[in-house]
Design a protein around this ligand. Structure first.
Ligand code: SAM
Ligand code: SF4
Length: 330
């Protein structure tokens, strides 16, 4: 599947629910209105659509959300996608989670074929964690992370870098990840959705963070890639890697290989643009067969834009795209 700019689309991110048990301040407003269930694709519909993407060359699927692991019976989707790994054409099935359900589900994720997961953890300080997630308890997440490790899952910790919030914690996060054998990835805040506060106050350019970390850690750039946009560095002192996702200071669109499906069956061809294609009605139309689905996917891919226009704009102070990150799952 090639887009108009010759980029092969091999990576599908699937938001399986817009709901979440937390309300991270940079991601959601406190009083979010969630979608009515009738608009949300069933797990069978999601599985069928993922199957069509795999048939067209998608090799990696990441489940995300909202919080993917709070969707009822999500494990049945994980199992069914897991069966497509290998001869089925899928190379990797993974997920991005806030970790709250991992103590319960990590073993089942591994058994279904998952080998790596990303867990979001912006702070190791219990009070800061609760403040950032509006009511989360860090113990629950740490228990989940260690359950995942014990189950055999490789864990990467994702932390959104925020000025004045967790910027003094990066050394601690690096050391803690090193101690437990986790990679770490720092993410710049992206201007998505109204969150009830000014993003200019949070934005921290990772180019500055990296330069500062280099004063204390020996960072060597590597070619390591996970199919995502992060650039990785080996940390000599811990033997682990640190990645930086920098949509604002370094535009990574030229190597974009992915598209994003929401839980309502809307396909976004770019995280930072509004153009989309709808699949729910097609999936529910008995006259549309697998070939019809394939053609609809191909014509959506043919509209994939060249790149995003993210900018944290001090004049308009409006988000670059109106939808929240929880719609497409990052
Ligand atoms: N609930 C899961 C979690 O938190 O990992 C999956 C969905 S969450 C939307 C996916 C990732 O997006 C998380 O790592 C989160 O920190 C990040 N994220 C959310 N809003 C963001 C924003 N405005 N800018 C940058 N990253 C954001
Ligand atoms: Fe929920 Fe993840 Fe968004 Fe936090 S970042 S509110 S855990 S979806």
């Amino acid at each position: 599947m090639l887009d108009p700019f010759g980029r092969a689309i091999t990576y599908l991110r699937v938001s399986v629910t817009d709901r979440c048990d937390l309300r991270c301040v940079y991601c959601m407003a406190e009083d979010m209105t969630f979608l009515p269930k009738s608009q949300v694709l069933s797990l069978e519909e999601l599985d069928r659509l993922c199957g069509a993407f795999i048939g067209l060359g998608v090799k990696k699927i990441r489940l995300t959300g909202g919080e993917p692991l709070v969707r009822k019976d999500v494990i049945t989707l994980v199992r069914s996608l897991g069966r497509r790994i290998g001869a089925g054409g899928l190379e990797e099935l993974t997920c991005t989670t806030n970790g709250t359900q991992l103590a319960k589900l990590a073993g089942e994720l591994y058994a279904a074929g998952m080998r790596r997961i990303n867990v979001s953890l912006d702070s190791l300080d219990p009070a800061t964690f609760t403040e950032l997630t509006r009511w989360g308890k860090i113990e629950q997440v740490l228990d989940g992370i260690f359950a995942a490790k014990a189950a055999g899952l490789a864990v990467k910790i994702n932390a959104v870098a925020m000025k004045g919030v967790n910027e003094h914690e990066f050394d601690r996060l690096i050391a803690w990840c090193g101690e437990h054998g986790f990679d770490l990835c720092l993410i710049e805040t992206m201007p998505m959705g109204e969150i009830g506060q000014d993003r200019n106050d949070q934005y921290l350019p990772l180019s500055l963070v990296r330069a500062d970390l280099r004063k204390r850690w020996t960072l060597t750039e590597t070619d390591y890639r996970t199919g995502g946009p992060a650039r990785y560095y080996d940390i000599a002192e811990t033997g682990r890697r640190i990645g930086f996702i920098t949509p604002l200071t370094h535009n990574f669109c030229e190597s974009c290989n992915r598209v994003r499906l929401t839980c309502t069956g809307t396909l976004y061809m770019c995280l930072g643009q509004d153009d989309s294609a709808e699949f729910r009605e097609l999936l529910r139309d008995p006259t549309v067969d697998e070939e019809g689905l394939r053609q609809a996917i191909l014509s959506a891919i043919a509209r994939k834009p060249k790149g995003h226009d993210f900018v944290i704009d001090r004049r308009t102070r409006r988000p670059a795209v109106a939808r929240h990150m929880s719609v497409t799952g990052g």
